[in-house]
Write a protein that binds this ligand. Sequence first.
Ligand SMILES: O=C(O)c1cc(=O)[nH]c(=O)n1[C@@H]1O[C@H](COP(=O)(O)O)[C@@H](O)[C@H]1O
Length: 246
Amino acid sequence: MLDEARRRLFFPLDYPTLEQAREAATAVASSVGGLKIGLELFVREGARAVQIGHDLDLDVFLDLKLHDIPETVGRAVAAAAALKVRYLTVHAGGGAAMMSRAARVAAQSDGLILLAVTVLTSLDAEDLHAVGVSGGTEDHAMRLAELARSSGIQGVVASTAEVSALRTRFGRDVLIVTPGIRPGVEKASRAGDDQKRISTPAQAIAAGADLLVVGRPIRDAKDPLAAARAIVSEIARTLSSTSITR
Ligand SMILES: O=C(O)c1cc(=O)[nH]c(=O)n1[C@@H]1O[C@H](COP(=O)(O)O)[C@@H](O)[C@H]1O
């Protein structure tokens, strides 16, 4: 169970330099299933950042949140596929034509899995309202997930609050990735940082999330490896008690 739990934990390399990222990745490698390369490191280091994951034999999740016209996104997906990453994010808000094009390009690759970001975990209903979206975060996330699945995208990124509804709607037929994880913060509606829709690792797994993205609680811990191990144990306990496997 511990190995299955470890496989589900992704650590974002949100670091300013390649050296810091490599050092941090190496320190936690034995207790995570994969590494997420996001905007900060990729803008600075490009493919060299991706290589950290390959060198450590970990899955790489390239988080570029692509959102552009279909032609531009399709070409970017092809470029990402050439880096041999396992996961790549696109913004579901880019629409059906953009996601369909991305999905067609990914389907021709060697196993690249696309994830559509629904409603960022840093947003709440008020933020959506301010950009003209009414109906709340769950409604909007479900609408975008529906669009993503019907466009051929295999996975979605959503907060724990939407996971149960996503499972009910799509069953096991969707990969659900959940950021906004704050160990030990059960009931607070805010993490004390930019994340607004948060949960503990246990809550995310019990709701049915497949993969958890946990950054600052590991990166900023005194002992990042111990923090990652504690999260893996929490995931394993929850998997055992809820008998969720995949
Ligand atoms: O696509 C993502 O990974 C993502 C989507 C989302 O809705 N919220 C979100 O926090 N993320 C990413 O997940 C990570 C969360 O990091 P922490 O808030 O430090 O745990 C960051 O690298 C974010 O870019």
